[in-house]
Design a protein around this ligand. Structure first.
Ligand SMILES: Nc1ncnc2c1ncn2[C@@H]1O[C@H](COP(=O)(O)OP(=O)(O)OP(=O)(O)O)[C@@H](O)[C@H]1O
Length: 974
């Protein structure tokens, strides 16, 4: 549970279908049903999986197949591993399984308590200077003396790998008792751009010429710099400028900063005395330079300051961060912000105002860095801490809050991730329950924030976090400065035309969102190694669609860069920085791009000289283009929300086409699992029949995933349920690499074992392979009654002494069994049904997205006053209805439900793979072109049936596969 989830959600796509079927008819579909929460069911069921669930097809004596053979002759050479059958435990009694509802009532928190003062000296004024650093990779070295005056050293690694140490403070990692850094008073108004020409700052320096400046004479480095040509200065939060460098923010006079911080301190004291609108506006002005709050902000801040937990739903870019930043400076304790992605945490940390000392904890940090952050929290030097959900409930982290360190506010950012009915459900977020947060942190208040949540999602989040329905602050989820348009096309020529015409022609920055990986001919790609090519056998290779599109745009004189999850993190952040600095105009990206991006002028127009009137006009607008259909209206709203964050117009065009829709619809089934697999998984989890109580068990992710054809995320979801359900069956522990390969060096193994019981246990439990001792860490740890982490530490000690060397591999989920289930079958059925509901919910979300796009193109002109280029009104209405759950939109039934060739093709497929075991789902996945752990696309995409039936509903294909399998084995299929 220790590794932070940091996936970007971008997809590896199915390859396109090779045959196209006649276009399926469109049928009206009854309004979608909200997903049923089946976990409450206590129904008794028959044994969930029959031993014959997996079929091994027999070779039919004769096989008729009247469908013409597809042209490309590809001989399938599958090598999947057969899944082993295991006997099921017999059902014993009824077994209820429910999500645990926290029983604790929200604590009453008084305003008085929440408005205690900050630590003394917290807002003292002291100048801190910043230097340019060649790369934003920062590590803090522990300070030698705990004096307030000591400035932490910043270790900076540049790309060449060299490290420099600076005696400088960072604005967001300064000690709480240290002085406030000087801040550039940048008025962030509606008109402000994220990237600004800082004429003001330079001018001020020039006017100071001749006077003795507080910290810099005009012979100083800064003054020399000011004589240079004025360059655009980027405010990527407080840390980075256009080169990704730490900004020098010492360019303002001390006097100015003094008055600024005096005014911030005075404003904070005023709010502490009285939480009035007037005082809060004063604080807003002092901290950010803004004149007024945006819709929803004031309400949320007041609610939090009154100690009431709140659910805040504001559109992307509406200013949610400010709703916890202001309370953070007013409240006495630490504000914990739970964030789903490391990249998001870093971006949010950068964007903290400089008077709020912040930090973050994630798996991307080294142990020293994490330890330093923990130390700083303990000594009160961090006011806002960004943390992943995995870290939040980690024992080391929790121990900090058992002492004097108090938590005033827990912020759950992207709170929709808590709900399985959201578009972005994270198993680790399931652990965030109010009862747990209160028990562990004694948190006075929880603020849940999201930009995109349907009513169903909201109610499940609010119930998990125990937020009263009266404390829901919800504003329209689409900003009205977004101009929305849709057209039916999936071709890049159309997109090029769009980008070369107004308004996109004038946009300064454009994001083009893509989704898939595409097939490209390998021999044309010099970048791919011959090894990679030979692995595929065919001269095809997958590459990101973003690469292909950006190359196409560049070939057509539009400078563009590709951004996708397959790139190195360093390259990705470089592109983001250059984009923020307006050095890249167009980024062609997957959904990974833009999370946490606060480029206020995405698409702000370039100055146009209108010759007719002989005046300069600056036309500001944004460009966000969806080259592929998003998976849900939530995703669409998130992505268009990257534009127009400065309040100016933003143009958002969506392309959609049926092929993309079919591909996405297939992918919606890639997480699904059968009852059979769930049952087998449970058997594995509780393999020791209750004898393993108290012992640490582990499941090696990769092998178990392949064995049960279940993705790692799905396994984690199931395990988390087994921990947090109505009955707690297990207790999840941090994930570990469990297989250890060890060599002895100094002392002989036997002599060392005589002195060291851990080594003796290792010798007992190891297999010797090529002279090396190979053993399972939890097994050895259990045998001597210590925790696996203790054993790991002990091994590390022996390594330091030169006794051993070792390597660890096989990441595994670790847990302790708390209770052995009495009825496996009921539990299996309930979990399976729940996973199925989640799968159906995803499909439904995609269908709504597609139907909305079709509606915008076909119907909105008739019903609304929209024109072809602008369907804002009707799309906004549909989006709002969707989020509110009102008159859920008609969803088109675009999928075919049968095909005359389907069963015959399945027969041929089974015949040609008669040595392989299949489930109906596995066959349906091949027919839909989706890889899975046991049937990977690298193997199975070679069959010519791969992705042939994407236009037929997945369940219909599964049913046909089941029927064919029954013919082959002559038994009832599951
Ligand atoms: N009251 C305000 N007046 C003017 N600008 C504001 C105000 N509040 C916030 N902003 C600015 O709006 C921008 C977006 O704010 P923020 O990043 O908090 O949005 P968000 O709602 O968290 O967006 P997302 O959901 O995309 O993360 C920031 O640049 C912020 O400084």
């Amino acid at each position: 549970m220790d590794s932070d989830s940091d996936s970007d959600g971008s997809h590896i796509s199915a390859t396109p279908p090779r045959d196209s079927l006649p276009p399926p008819r469109r049928l009206p579909q009854p309004p979608p049903k909200p997903p049923s929460s089946s976990l409450k069911s206590t129904a008794k069921i028959k044994p969930s999986s029959h031993p014959d669930t997996i079929f091994k097809p027999k070779k039919p004596s004769s096989l008729k197949h009247d469908k013409p053979k597809p042209k490309p002759k590809v001989v399938p050479e599958p090598e999947p591993k057969p899944i082993q059958q295991q006997d099921l435990p017999s059902p014993v009694g009824n077994f209820p399984f429910q999500i645990r509802r926290p029983s604790d009532q929200p604590r009453q928190i008084s305003v008085g308590r929440s408005l205690e003062t900050l630590p003394a000296g917290f807002f003292s004024t002291r100048r801190v200077s910043f230097s340019k650093i060649s790369k934003p990779s920062l590590n803090f070295e522990p300070e030698t003396t705990p004096e307030i005056t000591a400035e932490p050293k910043i270790k900076v690694s540049d790309c060449s790998g060299s490290t420099k140490i600076f005696n400088k403070n960072l604005p967001n990692l300064i000690r709480g008792d240290a002085p406030l850094p000087e801040v550039k008073l940048q008025r962030r108004s509606e008109e402000g751009n994220f990237v600004k020409l800082n004429f003001r700052g330079y001018k001020r320096k020039f006017t100071a010429k001749g006077k003795k400046m507080n910290n810099y004479s005009y012979k100083s480095k800064y003054f020399k710099r000011s004589k240079r040509r004025v360059k655009p200065e980027v405010h990527m939060g407080n840390l980075c400028d256009e080169e990704g460098l730490v900004s020098d923010i010492t360019q303002h006079s001390k006097v100015e900063n003094l008055s600024r911080f005096e005014s911030v301190e005075a404003a904070i004291s005023a709010v502490r005395n009285e939480v009035s609108d007037e005082n809060l506006v004063r604080l807003l002005k002092a901290m950010y330079g803004y004149d007024s709050f945006r819709d929803g902000q004031l309400e949320a801040i007041k609610m939090v300051l009154a100690g009431k937990s709140a659910m805040l739903v504001l559109p992307t870019g509406a200013g949610k961060s400010l709703c916890y930043q202001i309370p953070a400076v007013v409240l006495p304790g630490v504000t914990l912000v739970v964030s789903p992605l490391v990249a998001l945490m870093i971006d949010q940390l950068k964007q903290l105002p400089s008077m709020i000392p912040g930090g973050f904890l994630s798996s991307s940090q080294g142990p020293e860095e994490a330890a330093e952050t923990l130390r700083m929290i303990q000594e009160g030097s961090i006011k806002v801490l960004f943390v992943s959900p995995e870290r939040l409930l980690n024992a080391d982290f929790l121990s900090i809050f058992s002492g004097t360190t108090s938590v005033s506010l827990v912020v759950v950012d992207e709170a929709h991730c808590v709900s399985e009915w959201s578009h972005n459900f994270r198993p680790s977020y399931m652990r965030l329950r109010a009862s747990l947060l209160r028990a562990k942190f004694n948190a006075e208040c929880i603020l849940a924030m999201t930009a995109t949540a349907t009513t169903t999602t909201l109610s499940s989040v609010m119930s998990a976090l125990e937020i009263s329905s009266t404390n829901l602050i919800q504003k329209a989820q689409v900003r009205d400065n977004l101009r929305l348009s849709v057209s039916l096309s999936g071709n890049r020529q159309d997109m090029l035309k769009l980008m070369k015409s107004s308004p996109f022609l004038e946009a300064r920055s454009i994001i083009v969102y893509c989704k898939f990986q595409v097939l490209a001919i390998a021999f044309m790609q010099s970048t791919y190694s011959s090894q990679a090519i030979s692995n595929f056998y065919l001269p095809w290779i997958l590459q990101s669609e973003t690469d292909e599109i950006s190359r196409y745009l560049c070939d057509n004189n539009i400078s563009a860069k590709s951004y996708h999850s397959g790139m190195l993190a360093r390259d990705r952040s470089r592109i983001q920085e250059l984009f923020c600095a307006n050095k890249i105009r167009v980024v062609v990206a997957t959904v990974a791009f833009g999370m946490g991006l606060d480029k206020r002028d995405v698409g702000a127009g370039r100055p146009l000289l209108l010759l007719s009137t002989l005046v300069f006009l600056v036309v500001f607008f944004t460009g966000v283009i969806h080259y592929s259909l998003p998976e849900s209206l939530e995703e669409y709203v998130q992505e268009i929300g990257r534009g127009g964050r400065d309040g100016r117009l933003s143009y958002c065009h969506l392309y959609f086409d049926d092929v993309t829709y079919y591909k996405l619809r297939s992918l919606m089934h890639s997480d699904g699992v059968d009852e059979f697999s769930v049952n087998k998984f449970l058997c594995q989890v509780f393999a020791d029949d209750g004898n393993s109580h108290g012992e640490v068990c582990s499941l090696v992710k990769e092998s178990v995933s392949r064995k049960f054809d279940m993705k790692e995320e799905v396994m984690l979801t199931l395990l988390t349920h087994l921990e947090l359900g109505e009955t707690q069956y297990l207790h999840l522990l941090p994930q570990l690499n469990v297989t250890c390969t060890l060599n002895f060096h100094k002392t002989s193994p036997m002599s060392l074992a005589d002195k060291d019981p851990a080594v003796a246990a290792i010798l007992r439990k190891s297999e010797i392979k090529q002279g090396q001792y190979v053993f399972d860490i939890p097994t050895v740890a259990n045998s001597i009654g210590i925790a696996p982490s203790e054993l790991s530490n002990h091994l590390q000690d022996l390594k330091v002494k030169g006794e051993i060397t070792y390597e660890l591999k096989d990441p595994a989920f670790c847990f302790k069994v708390v209770k052995f289930p009495s009825d496996f079958c009921s539990l299996t059925e309930l979990l399976t049904r729940w996973l199925l509901d989640i799968e159906n919910c995803k499909v439904w979300k995609l269908d709504v997205m597609y139907s909305s796009a079709v509606f915008a193109v076909n119907a909105c002109e008739k019903t609304h006053d929209c024109n072809v280029a602008q369907q804002t009104t009707c799309l906004q209405e549909r989006i709002l209805d969707y989020f509110k759950g009102h008159n859920n939109p008609d969803v088109l039934d675009k999928m075919g439900h049968n095909s005359p060739f389907l069963r015959a093709d399945i027969k041929v497929f089974l015949q040609s793979n008669s040595n392989v075991k299949f489930t109906p789902r596995a066959i349906a996945r091949v027919m839909h072109g989706i890889g899975s752990p046991s049937y990977p696309s690298s193997t199975w995409s070679r069959t010519h049936f791969w992705g042939r039936y994407t236009q037929i509903d997945f369940k219909a294909v599964m049913n046909a596969a089941k029927a064919e399998l029954m013919n082959f084995v002559g038994k009832d299929a599951p």
